[in-house]
Design a binder for this molecule. Structure first.
Ligand SMILES: NC(=O)c1ccc[n+]([C@@H]2O[C@H](COP(=O)([O-])OP(=O)(O)OC[C@H]3O[C@@H](n4cnc5c(N)ncnc54)[C@H](O)[C@@H]3O)[C@@H](O)[C@H]2O)c1
Length: 397
């Protein structure tokens, strides 16, 4: 297959590029490097230095003889980039990761919220229009999030729900109660894509992904030149990744509120597996197919206790600190999300075992000298945004 990965410099994008390339597919990775700019704005950096996309692609070629083509450009502000790319490259599959991925970033202030929604929603619309005009037969695999649904007091279906109202029935998109303005940008993407399938016959798989954890994948191994960007900070670090680094440096694990918040989680290796399964079993023309992409569900306290238990093996005295919850969310709630679609296609989950946590902890301990205290505590609250001291960049006026 000819596969175009949008957001190819990112935490998930680069491992996905290697994963498909290793299996003999033609891969082009597109990125504007804007994430590296956002990192500077909020004064954070990945745990380990992450070589530029071009450098990683060159190293991948040297090591394997396989080519990942690199295109630098912004899909939200330069629609012509996608026109040229889709016209000339004629992808079979487009994997779209290229969005601002952080809820706290989107809640930092008005400019960051608007930038998030512009970047994500317009970028996604540009992908839709470029597909319509230049490669209508391609299959778009779009990364959404489980956070689009929120925590409703009923079962969460996979994207669609049968509704009976006043004696009549219809199949509707599942109603969303998103957790942040970032998550709402994903809701808008989903609605726009469903429209594109219905009106233009596009073929789309929307992967409503849970929270990803993990530090490396098979193709990356221990090669520092092929690393992905692993974040542990309050803005871009997902919760388990953050807890593991906090444990490594002897900082308390920061549980927001009572920690009863329950979500779906998956190993980064399963992200690659799920995206590959979706690519190998494409949606049909006109189909807006949704999968809930996670393998296990945990509460925040479950995760904190798991990390605390494994840390004992390393003689690390890890404490759990309950902070006032900076987010507006329920801390005790019903959570039952259906996630049968990907297992039906053959997903073999990697479970969150003590060994997996120990492996992450090993890496975090090795890199602990680079860990910075900024970002170990939350700086953004949903009610008041980022406080003045927490930000160095130009997003805030
Ligand atoms: N990591 C997770 O736990 C998780 C969970 C659910 C959903 N997702 C979604 O998966 C996708 C990838 O997540 P990630 O963790 O790899 O994020 P990431 O920030 O590491 O990667 C996204 C990449 O897209 C690029 N990008 C953003 N806007 C762009 C634009 N307009 N033009 C070109 N490039 C652009 C960034 O520079 C970055 O390299 C995101 O859409 C995110 O919302 C991630």
């Amino acid at each position: 297959m000819r596969i175009c990965i949008l957001g190819g410099d990112g935490y998930l994008g680069w491992p996905t590029a290697m994963h498909f390339s290793a299996r003999g597919h033609e891969v082009v990775a597109v990125d504007s490097m804007v994430k590296r700019y956002w990192e500077a704005v909020v004064d954070v950096a990945p745990l380990e230095p992450t070589p530029l996309l071009q450098g990683r692609a060159a190293h991948w070629y040297k090591k394997t003889g396989k080519v990942v083509e690199v295109v630098i450009g912004d899909i939200a502000t330069d629609p012509g980039l996608l026109h040229r790319l889709f016209r000339d490259y004629q992808p079979d599959v487009i994997v779209h990761y290229a969005e601002q991925p952080s809820a706290p970033y989107s809640m930092m202030n008005q400019n960051a919220a608007i930038h998030t929604q512009q970047n994500n929603i317009i970028g996604n619309l540009n992908v839709m229009f470029a597909m319509h005009d230049y490669c209508p037969q391609a299959h778009l695999i779009k990364l959404g999030t489980m956070g689009e649904y929120g925590t409703p007091n009923i079962d969460i279906e996979e994207g669609w729900i049968e509704i009976e109202h006043k004696g009549r029935k219809d199949r509707m998109l599942y109603p969303k109660k998103a957790h942040s303005l970032y998550h709402l940008s994903k809701v808008a993407d989903s609605n726009n894509l469903e429209f594109g399938c219905r009106i233009w016959n596009l073929a789309v798989t929307d992967l409503n992904q849970g929270v990803v954890y993990g530090i490396d994948t098979l193709e990356m191994g221990k090669d520092p030149e092929l690393r992905t960007s692993f974040h542990y900070d309050d803005i871009f670090g997902t919760v388990l990744n953050r807890f593991v680094v906090q444990a490594a440096v002897g900082s308390p694990l920061t549980v927001y509120g009572n920690g009863g918040q329950t979500r779906g989680y998956l190993n980064i290796q399963d992200t690659l597996q799920c995206v590959e399964l979706a690519a190998l079993h494409p949606a049909k023309a006109g189909e807006f197919r949704v999968f809930n992409q996670f393998t296990e569900q945990f509460s925040i306290m479950d995760l904190a206790k798991k990390v605390q238990k494994v840390s004992l093996l390393y003689d690390l005295d890890v404490t759990i600190s309950h902070l006032p919850n900076p987010r507006e969310e329920m801390e005790q709630h019903y959570y039952h999300a259906i996630h049968t679609g990907l297992p039906e296609l053959g997903l073999q989950p990697h479970h969150l075992t003590d060994e997996v946590i120990a492996h992450m902890l090993d890496r975090a301990i090795c890199a602990k000298e680079t860990v910075r205290s900024v970002g170990l505590l939350p700086r953004v609250t949903w009610k008041h945004g980022m406080d003045d001291k927490g930000i160095t960049g130009v997003v805030r006026e």
